[in-house]
Write a protein of this length. Sequence first.
Length: 185
Amino acid sequence: MSGHENPWRTVSSRRVYENPWIKVREDQVIRPDGQPGIYGVVEFQNRAVGVLPVEDDGSVWLVGQHRYPLNVYSWEMPEGGCPAGESPEEAVLRELKEETGITCNRLELVSTCHLSNSVSDEVAYIYRATGLTHGESQPEGSERLDVRRVSWEEAWRRYREGEITDSMTVVAILEEAVRRLEGER
């Protein structure tokens, strides 16, 4: 499905903001219609990682926390950033342990996706963890987390009723639903 020509032309680019997590640039462009325009792009310093921990009985673990940009409380799977020099697998195992205290015997990549490709270059790696062992969580200072084990039915209901809106968690839940429809666990 590739092979399409890029209809955009970049005339110039300038960095307008940078911090340890993101860079923002503004490009002067020639749009696909041939007219001049601007395009703002958020470049992420880290890749995103997330993992849906699934127990032998099919229940899953979710993490609740307040999300500053939206000013809402969000239920989602354990997630975090993957800096350069760390593999997505290493990062997601670290985040799983930090946020929930859980370690796993099996880690499976279920999806790779771009989270907001109209304005950012952020790529996400979404995993499923099984063979879980429980220990002490060690959240970062910027996190106040509520960790809960919920039945699959409750997780599915929360997604269907719009209580789970985090894009990575939505992808993980849909992947899990497909797996269950196909008779796997």
